[in-house]
Write a new protein. Sequence first.
Length: 506
Amino acid sequence: MPETAAIQADPGRWKALIFIALAQLMVVLDATIVNIALPSAQQDLGISDGNRQWVITAYALAFGGLLLFGGRIADLWGRKRTFVTGLIGFAAASALGGAATGEAMMLGARALQGAFGALLAPAALSLLAVTFTDAKERAKAFGIYGAIAGGGGAVGLILGGFLTEYLNWRWTFFVNIPFAIVAAVGAYLVVREPAGGRNRSPLDIPGVILSTLGLVALVYGFTRAESAGWSDAGTIGLFIGSAVLLVAFVVTESLVKSPLLPLRVVTNRNRGGVYLSLGLAVIAMFGLFLFLTYYLQVVKGYSPVKTGFAFLPMIVGMIVGSTQIGTRLMTRVPPRLLMAPGFLTAGVGMLLLTQLEVGTSYAGLILPAQLLLGLGMGTAFMPAMSLATIGVDPRDAGVASAMVNTSQQVGGAIGTALLNTIAASATTAYLADHAAGATTPAAQKLVQLQGMVEGYSAAIWWAVGILVVSATIAAVLINTGKPGGGPVAGSGEGADDEVRIPVVAH
């Protein structure tokens, strides 16, 4: 396979990985870095409490809604060109956000960041997929990428806390500019895209419209449920509208000649298992980030910087799980034997956190729980990222990569809304039962904190169950065998959609 040989002989592929990973880190950081800066930005720009959520939601809607379109643009226009364009656009949008003088300018900048992120993220993953085709090299590359994809959110909490406390909230936006410029220049100089990997079919306009509107309605439905409630007419309307639009999208994709999302990409048993198990795991993960941040800051009284650094054990666990355990075992065992135990290990870490109390020791409970979470997620994320793009026709690599990001984005929206609602309900019930007995200000404050922790604990129990389901899906649906030591199927032009690596007997 001459193309594969050319890719394997490319001396710049490891340099290319640096810039691809840097861009991915920037996108993942942005999902959490702004959260810590939000209170300061809200005060400076005069954003109302009712509109505050839109600083987060505007980004999530644009990013989640346009991901499939962004993946298809990467296949059509070229991944390198899409990647560099996404980086430049993201930098410009970040500059606009950092310089915002009012609410409208801030929300517009966040929506633009999401739109350019939707170009950038699928292009980054698909570039990685077509650049590293040797199984052992691919394991190392995806180990690094998986550690960033999993741990970047926690890094964002550290960086966000540091920048907000010691500089200014505007630097949580400006910090993206050097990341983007370095990654864009480096990618332009060293990234090589294999020939013959573009999909020059006409753009599926009905598919673009239906998928974008359907995903936006779905993400916004979960976001709205968090504030307005699950029984709110608007929330229910959004879910119904999303279901109708996404069903229409699937029907359209089965009929048109050149679909935006070829159904073979998602109906493949192994890739379908990856998308589903990854999306569920992210539900648990995003909910935890939210609860642990509030627990450490509100209940324990940590500063933003101290809160950020309190997440370091999770980052260490992610890096070890992804680059040491996952990378070393990926070419030796079938992916399900990494993913299922990984999600279960993370579930054990989550189980420890159900024991949270107001006076819980950080070193005694939170630190070991985070290490287990990080180890488990890092071990599972790495083979998942790789398996999601193995065996895909190079012309579909962008849209297959977009599906990974879509499952994560939708999972994040569901996790934040669903688990927050569960926590709020449990807190309300606890306060209703115990408030009458608190007669002094000190007792009332203690009951308030205990109610919050009771809510977090109730929601974390759900997260444990979700991770068990995720592990079960990975064990049952993903049945491909371990990759060999040679080129990975799907690395050359004309590779079929099936994962053509040896399948072990069951």
